[in-house]
Design a protein around this ligand. Sequence first.
Ligand SMILES: Cc1cc2nc3c(=O)[nH]c(=O)nc-3n(C[C@H](O)[C@H](O)[C@H](O)COP(=O)(O)OP(=O)(O)OC[C@H]3O[C@@H](n4cnc5c(N)ncnc54)[C@H](O)[C@@H]3O)c2cc1C
Length: 539
Amino acid sequence: MATSATPPRLASAMDAWRLSIGDDHVIDDPATLALTGTATYAVDQPVPAVIRPSSTIEVAQCMRIATEHGIHVYPISRGMNWGYGSKVPAESNCVVMDLGRMNQILDYDVEMGTVTVQPGVTFHQLQDLLEEHGSKHFMAAPGTSPHASCIGNALDRGWGFGPYSDRFDYSAGMEVVLPDGEVVETGNARFRGSRSAHLFKWGNGPYVDGIFTQSNFGVVTRMTFFVAETPPIFASYVYKIAGDAKLPALMDALRELKMRHIMRTNFKVQSFYRLFMERQQFPAGQADFLLSPEAVAEAKQKWGIDDWNGFGALYCWSDAQYAAEREIVEQVLRPHVDALVFLDADVMARKDAIKDEVLEETGFHLEQILDRFWVNTRLIGVARGKGVSGAYFRKSTPVPDELDLDRDRVGFMWVDPILPLRGTDVRDAADLAGQIMKHHGFEPNLGFNCVTERAIFMTISLVFDREREGDDARAMRCAKELAQRMTAEGFTLGRVANGLMNVLDHAQPASLDLQHRIKEALDPAGILSPGRYEVPPSF
Ligand SMILES: Cc1cc2nc3c(=O)[nH]c(=O)nc-3n(C[C@H](O)[C@H](O)[C@H](O)COP(=O)(O)OP(=O)(O)OC[C@H]3O[C@@H](n4cnc5c(N)ncnc54)[C@H](O)[C@@H]3O)c2cc1C
């Protein structure tokens, strides 16, 4: 098995890559390498070089060269894996393969609602394309930067909003370059001339697409995504509760809506601190990490938020459908929330006349919620990445116009356990995470991302300033304790930051062995993304 990019082998691989993809795209200048090796938390995996192939053929050539020379390679699509490792490989001495030059939208099938893209294609690019075609469809937009990659997001099993939230679920037909340079297609795309290559996820026979997500088995160079039809009637709703006591019943009520497919989008329920951080930076004059009760009360009023805050949406094709679905939401949710406001075209038209009444009755600022949840909203495919500014909460400098968490030394880590969508489990997980975070001096910045009907992502974010002495180490201690104790309680992680991969040792030995056997078969030289979703060799 190859071990690492030792200097002589690296030098000859670099020569071969230069011949293959051109001098300009084999990069070893210190500034680029330093930025590529920077994440939103402390890492110690220096990157020896960056290669930038521009086509599937070049990716295949690069992989063959890497295999021949025994050089580790770590592919990224846009490298905005903020909070999970950014562009930084899971292990040292990996050459980063940046696929940003492969940024072509290969096909938009307007009739069937599919888009086929290369790895460098961003959410922003797709949004522009869909708008140019009259916004007949929309892509599930994530909360992260609009300049992140659709394929990169899907390969880490990320999510967006709208009816097709679970991005990998709504995809078909991959093209994958294996570590030895072989190019394979999946699903029905593997059958020459198949008319359903970009439409049918499963193909026939053994289904393999899943093994190329959250793994290190291949470099994905093309994928098709399904895009949701834009409905003539789009409405959303926001709700909130004071205190923690009502949270379990609220989550059970939301499960009812989700199971009945009345709530077709991914929706979030978020703690006070999650929303507070998205709205302003740490207030001057507050000594402690938790705000004083007076400051909390003031912030709640100013931003129209409470201890737990949620949203949802309705996608309807007739007034009658909207009226019926809205009534069901009212019946199921109203008993479990302190305030509930629907946002639709009618509310938009009457906003000036009703905003004072809404404020008085619910504490919601109508213009703010209309902007966030009805006009410029991820719920209908608008990717703005507004929430990313919350990552700058602890920075003493103002939030810049162009956000780059790595460049700005923003401290950010995600720990994402999967919970049953059941009130008691949500309460247990929120209590445990809150205790651990406070113990380490972090605000309980929590979200429940309800992507599927039965199991949900809890997103725990640690927000800190990498410039502040001791913060990097404190965050890593807290993240490790969260990962270990949540896992021990049965809240298994759904997405794992590169710095936390050792939680995977909880898997059964036989399942680890299966994973190793697949790896051995596809990548006997062990050159692709070592340590990514793999139990580290020390275990
Ligand atoms: C404030 C904030 C909000 C966020 N909101 C969301 C959200 O709503 N939803 C969400 O899902 N995430 C969210 N994120 C996390 C992250 O920013 C996104 O998941 C983002 O899409 C990942 O970056 P990328 O798309 O550029 O993927 P990349 O960084 O390019 O890829 C992610 C990983 O996948 C692997 N990979 C990438 N491309 C390939 C390839 N072609 N072949 C093989 N392996 C590959 C690599 O290991 C890479 O590290 C958020 C982060 C922050 C800080």
